[in-house]
Design a protein. Structure first.
Length: 154
């Protein structure tokens, strides 16, 4: 009985690490970038990360993004898109007041979307699909309201 449980824990840990990066070097890769500002005592942060792993719809879309965890509790230095910064500077730049707080950047580093708080997998997935569509030239940033309305989000 212990082996299947241990295998499951190792599997989830490996899967988590492959989707959500814990690197302090955030680089251009041609994919949109998602920064997840989280906290160690935040139950919704944990739920968000579980959704990214366990929800098939969200997991599929997440593979199209470079996703980085930025722990608010840790005061670290980061290299983000060639610029040196710190956890505190990033929090000030993106006005982070709650966790989780998701900031989605284009593949070139332009802020496209910010989502303070937890969002259900369908809602977050639709936002990610919209950002991916902007990257592919299907949508313009100004079309966000009509896109979300046509997909039943608002």
């Amino acid at each position: 009985m212990k082996k299947p449980i241990l295998f499951f824990i190792v599997f989830i840990t490996l899967l988590h690490s492959s989707i959500i990066k814990h690197s302090q070097n955030i680089e251009y890769s041609g994919k949109p970038i998602m920064l997840i500002f989280d906290s160690s005592n935040c139950p919704y942060c944990k739920k968000l990360k579980e959704d990214l792993i366990q929800n098939k719809y969200l997991n599929t879309i997440a593979k199209e993004f470079d996703i980085y965890s930025i722990p608010r509790d840790d005061h670290k230095s980061y290299m983000i898109l060639g610029n040196e910064t710190t956890t505190q500077s990033l929090q000030m730049l993106y006005k982070i007041k709650v966790t989780p707080n998701i900031v989605i950047l284009s593949s070139k580093g332009e802020k496209i979307w910010q989502l303070p708080g937890y969002a259900k997998p369908y809602v977050l997935g639709k936002i990610m699909e919209f950002v991916k569509g902007i990257e592919e030239g299907k949508y313009k940033k100004s079309q966000w309201r009509s896109y979300l309305k046509s997909n039943g989000v608002i």
